[in-house]
Ligand binder design. Structure first.
Ligand SMILES: *[C@@H]1O[C@H](CO)[C@@H](O)[C@H](O)[C@H]1NC(C)=O
Ligand SMILES: *[C@@H]1O[C@H](CO)[C@@H](O)[C@H](O)[C@H]1NC(C)=O
Length: 253
């Protein structure tokens, strides 16, 4: 008699298999390098990295003895494959790299990575200035909280229900602005250590604000004065040259 697999059993087996593989969420800024993890043990395993959402694309392969690698130029299997590390490195993340990736080990999926590509808005400030990082979102419905993250760490939490702002003293968000959908972060004054990638997240991180991310660059005062000094010395040299040329021309008459 042929064994018949009950559809419910098939779903259960599928779910159990799903649990064996790691599901990872990654975010990367456009044009930055990124590494996605994958491990596969055994002697010379056959490893394949594909992107399956939004459209199937072969990304990189590694396997067969002796060691061979086939990959498109921006992608490479960068891990120490002799130790079973088949991590994929994207040398410079493109906007169209967003999607879902799968690493398979001898035909079995072991890692799935959902990659989100962030295009940040740039804000530049001078050390000691007050700076505003823009973020807007619809706050007309019941919003549980607003979070501002810096390089993945929370720097501000606002809970509209009790109008409570939990933050470091130099960081603020306007309670009145919130009612208009203005969730901008004010930093006064800005320190060089504040430089980084900021993101504003709405309602338990379920929604992104607009813009999705802000990259803050802080110019130090020291750097600024050095630049100024350099400009001053160039002016001195030029002035000196003009005087010499003038004297030479005058003496020829
Ligand atoms: C405000 O509400 C949040 C969650 O509802 C709570 O965690 C927080 O402690 C409250 N803050 C104050 C100051 O009551
Ligand atoms: C910067 O912000 C602080 C506090 O919010 C304020 O007292 C100060 O006047 C502001 N400075 C400038 C130059 O706007």
């Amino acid at each position: 008699m042929k064994p018949v697999l009950n559809p419910d059993m098939a779903v259960m087996v599928y779910l159990l298999m799903e649990q064996c593989q790691a599901f990872i969420f990654r975010e990367s800024m456009v044009n930055k390098p990124l590494t996605l993890p994958c491990s596969c043990s055994g002697h010379c395993p056959e490893v394949q990295w594909i992107r399956f959402i939004p459209k199937r694309a072969d990304v990189a392969q590694s396997g067969m003895c002796p060691k061979q690698q086939h990959s498109q130029s921006r992608y490479s299997v960068s891990g120490d494959t002799s130790r079973g590390d088949f991590s994929l490195t994207i040398s410079s993340v493109a906007y169209n790299d967003a999607g879902s990736y799968m690493c398979s080990c001898n035909g079995q999926s072991v890692t799935e990575v959902k990659l989100k590509v962030i295009v940040p808005t740039f804000v530049k400030a001078l050390e000691g200035e007050n700076v505003t990082l823009p973020c807007y979102g619809d706050t007309r419905y019941d919003v549980k909280d607003i979070k501002w993250m810096k390089d993945g760490h929370r720097v501000l939490l606002y809970t509209p229900a009790n109008r409570s702002v939990t933050t470091e003293s130099r960081f603020t968000m306007s309670v009145e602005g919130f009612l208009d959908g203005d969730l901008s972060l004010h930093i006064s004054p800005v320190h060089p250590s504040d430089a980084g990638l900021y993101q504003c997240l709405i309602h338990d991180e379920s929604q992104d604000g607009e813009p999705g991310a802000v990259l803050l660059k802080v110019e130090g005062l020291q750097q600024f004065t050095t630049n100024n000094n350099a400009q001053v010395s160039v002016l001195h040299v030029l002035l000196g040259l003009f005087i010499i040329i003038y004297i030479v021309l005058e003496s020829r008459d």
